[in-house]
Design a binder for this molecule. Structure first.
Ligand SMILES: Cc1cc2nc3c(=O)[nH]c(=O)nc-3n(C[C@H](O)[C@H](O)[C@H](O)COP(=O)(O)OP(=O)(O)OC[C@H]3O[C@@H](n4cnc5c(N)ncnc54)[C@H](O)[C@@H]3O)c2cc1C
Length: 422
């Protein structure tokens, strides 16, 4: 996009390139996301939320903007963004439409995990060559045709938290796999072209094991795939996360998004992979703050230009919000820059702390924004009440819910690996 419609004024970046030492690619992609978010996502966000409808028009436009291919490697026609660059860009989108940014994250992860992450992990050279050839087919669909991938792993049991093997199973058959199972909260259901299913490879009577997790791209129109149930949640309504049923669904071998055993390896060696839901909420935290500042200054579009900034209570509230926002940004920025294979224990603990902080503070900031701005600010004609509802969903996201982060941080701090109380 070269210019903005009308007199839309560009917002300040969440992470100013000079202050945060961003790379030229990070500066360019975040500016692109900000311009696109403000001009395209923000005006449409209320309707998707009201109707609990998937933002398919946004995804079509994101294809034109190059955003669907952000983490596809350059040699496959993508932008080649790394983990940090993706997170920074996603935060800018989350600022303008939480549901779009969150569901876009599911799509992007299918390319990030099969791309950059897999490159960091061990596999025999032949396997790597076969993986690169397979994933090139998925990438071509995204780059050329704007195909959309989703990432349903939740099943309503302990599997999504990483505690047990996925109940959805894939049995090897001639030329591929036969999949059976059920996924709940399958964002993009009914709109994605491919569902990136995490499931357990089962052979004979062998017990299900997390080591045998497979990551398979199931075409949405494959026989045996159905989407059931309604979707009328508190927030993130545009994600349309209905239930996905898989009944004897056949997929060929090249549906594999990661080679056998590599997802299990990634979950242990590349733990920051589970932080990719935070950028949306970092953006929502910024949006709650931005709203408050313009509201109190009497500058919010669509509102009478009444200033409320002269009251000391408002000034204190904004100062407190700014402090909370800066604390959130600083910790999150450090954590996303530490993402790598085999991080230290301290880095993993910081990642839990960052995940907890972003998810909880986004909602705390939105709640404070409503209290500070006052009654008119929570009307559905303004975005703040949507930000409040969307931000409430962040701490519920498995596998790193706010509770699980607390649980692991406390335990891992007090117990060294292998330590027990007699
Ligand atoms: C808007 C939205 C979109 C979503 N999109 C997707 C998606 O695209 N793909 C997808 O796979 N999932 C998605 N999810 C699902 C999400 O990641 C969780 O799986 C879901 O919210 C879990 O709900 P539950 O009631 O089954 O939680 P439960 O499993 O019943 O857990 C309830 C709480 O108990 C705690 N808990 C659970 N297990 C443990 C444990 N082992 N140790 C300690 N504490 C534990 C956690 O704090 C958790 O929040 C989405 C959720 C929402 C709200």
């Amino acid at each position: 996009m070269d210019s903005l419609p009308g007199d839309l004024v560009q917002d300040e970046p969440i992470f100013a390139p000079e202050a945060f030492n961003l790379t030229p690619q990070q500066a360019e992609l975040t500016a692109r996301a900000r311009r696109f978010g403000k001009a395209v996502l923000a005006p449409r966000a209320a309707a998707y939320d009201r109707e609990a409808r998937f933002p398919i028009e946004n995804f079509r436009d994101m294809h034109g903007e190059g955003l669907l291919r952000i983490c596809v490697p350059e040699e496959d026609g993508g932008e080649g963004a790394d983990f940090t660059t993706y997170c920074l860009t996603a935060a800018e989108l989350g600022r303008y439409c939480g549901a779009t940014a969150l569901s876009w994250n599911m799509h992007v992860c299918s390319t990030l995990w099969s791309g950059l992450l897999s490159e960091d992990l061990e596999m025999p050279e032949e396997e790597r060559a076969a993986h690169r050839a397979r994933r090139a087919k998925h990438y071509a669909r995204i780059v050329q045709d704007g195909k959309i991938y989703s990432q349903p792993f939740s099943e309503g049991g302990a599997a999504a938290a990483g505690a047990i093997a996925f109940g959805t199973e894939a049995r090897p058959v001639e030329g591929g796999y036969l999949i059976n199972g059920k996924k709940i909260f399958a964002s993009l259901s009914g709109s994605a072209d491919y569902y990136g299913i995490l499931c357990t490879e089962r052979v004979g009577e062998e017990a299900a094991s997390r080591r045998n997790t497979l990551y398979l791209a199931v075409p949405a129109d494959a026989p045996g795939v159905s989407v059931v149930g309604d979707w009328d949640p508190l927030g993130m309504r545009g994600t349309v996360s209905r239930t996905l049923l898989l009944k004897d669904v056949f997929v060929p071998e090249d549906a594999m998004l990661m080679p056998r055993g590599v997802y299990f390896q990634a979950a242990g060696r590349w733990p920051h992979m589970f932080m990719t839901l935070t950028p949306t909420y970092m953006g929502l935290a910024q949006a709650a703050y931005d709203f408050t500042v313009s509201y109190l200054r009497g500058e919010l579009p669509g509102m009478p230009p009444v200033k409320r900034r002269m009251f000391p209570t408002k000034q204190i509230a904004v100062a407190e919000m700014r402090i909370m926002l800066e604390q959130t940004k600083a910790l999150w920025f450090q954590a996303i820059r530490e993402a790598r294979p085999d991080p230290t224990r301290e880095q993993v603990q910081r990642a839990y702390a960052a995940q907890f902080t972003v998810m909880e503070n986004a909602n705390a900031l939105a709640a404070k924004a409503i209290r500070t701005c006052g009654g008119q600010a929570m009307l559905k004609s303004l975005p703040l009440e949507r930000i409040y509802r969307d931000s409430r969903c962040g701490s519920l996201m498995l596998p790193w819910t706010a509770e699980i982060c607390l649980d692991r941080l406390g335990r891992d701090t007090l117990y060294k690996p292998g330590e027990k109380d007699d």
